[in-house]
Design a protein around this ligand. Structure first.
Ligand SMILES: [Zn+2]
Length: 279
């Protein structure tokens, strides 16, 4: 069954060292298309140049919340530098191969223990997300959203910023997580749910509960390679070809139809459909 990997990092090591080899192998495992996802300016530039070289590859460009760090203890210097980088990210979106903005979002999982510093970083992350939601709205591009928190705050902060910006294009909760009450609200706002290899982990009951409440027409399949390898490859580098195992798991465990997921993908990212119609 044909699969489009909607979130993969051929642009990051170790995949970037040998990316066309990994793509060949992925194709042997039914992968027919790819979206290479940027996490900062450099990886976004590489994502665009890779996508320009391969048929049925596209890219998303953006700045991950981990880049929201003060520079020389200064938030102002950090904002200035991020603003310059966002200008270059915006310029990259002129390429036809760029079909989404991201990944961007909020990550409160690894915050420092110092309270003051924590709130500085949270504020900077929120600012950076707000900038990118505004940019996506202006450019009319869908969004790849990364949210992670041990508690619930990042999820509700996202909803608040989403509402503030008036963003209304589709977005995907990449590598989905969060309380079910948040997932329900996000689905009501039109969210797609990105599912990765970690759904196969024995202790992933929270994730399975999310998939159970998600309408089948809102599911997207991702590897997030080189991260999050599915069972039985835990502890190894996740390779793009492993998406086949996650797809099989979704079919066996939830009765999800891979053709439906493919259709969801071309609805969310119409460029794939246009290309199939041309070819
Ligand atoms: Zn990712």
């Amino acid at each position: 069954m044909p699969i489009i990997d909607t979130h993969v990092h051929y642009n990051l090591p170790p995949l970037s060292d040998n990316w066309s080899h990994h793509w060949q192998r992925a194709q042997a495992h039914d992968v027919i298309g790819t979206i290479v996802i940027g996490v900062d300016l450099k990886s976004s530039q590489l994502a665009v140049s890779q996508a320009n070289q391969v048929q049925n590859w596209y890219s998303a460009v953006g700045i991950h919340p981990e880049s929201a760090q003060p520079i020389d203890h200064s938030v102002e210097i950090a904002k200035n530098q991020l603003t310059v980088e966002l200008g270059k990210i915006k310029a990259l979106t002129k390429s036809d191969q760029v079909i989404a903005l991201g990944e961007c979002g909020l990550d409160y999982f690894h915050l420092p223990h110092d309270q003051t510093f924590t709130s500085t970083i949270i504020d900077l992350q929120k600012w950076l997300l707000h900038q990118q939601l505004t940019l996506a709205k202006q450019l009319n591009l869908p969004l790849i959203i990364h949210l992670r928190d041990k508690k619930e705050q990042a999820y509700w902060d996202f909803i608040q910023i989403y509402r503030q910006t008036g963003f209304a294009s589709p977005f995907v909760l990449h590598c989905v997580s969060g309380p079910l009450s948040f997932i329900k609200q996000a689905l009501d706002l039109g969210a797609y749910i990105g599912i990765d290899g970690n759904i196969t982990y024995p202790q992933a009951n929270d994730l399975r509960a999310i998939v159970k409440m998600t309408p089948p027409h809102r599911v997207l399949l991702e590897t997030d390679a080189p991260y999050l390898p599915p069972v039985p490859h835990r502890g190894q580098t996740c390779l793009p070809e492993m998406i086949e195992l996650t797809g099989k798991y979704l079919k066996l465990t939830f009765g999800l139809d891979l053709l439906q997921i493919l259709e969801n993908t071309t609805t969310f990212f119409p460029a794939f459909k246009a290309q199939a119609d041309e070819g």
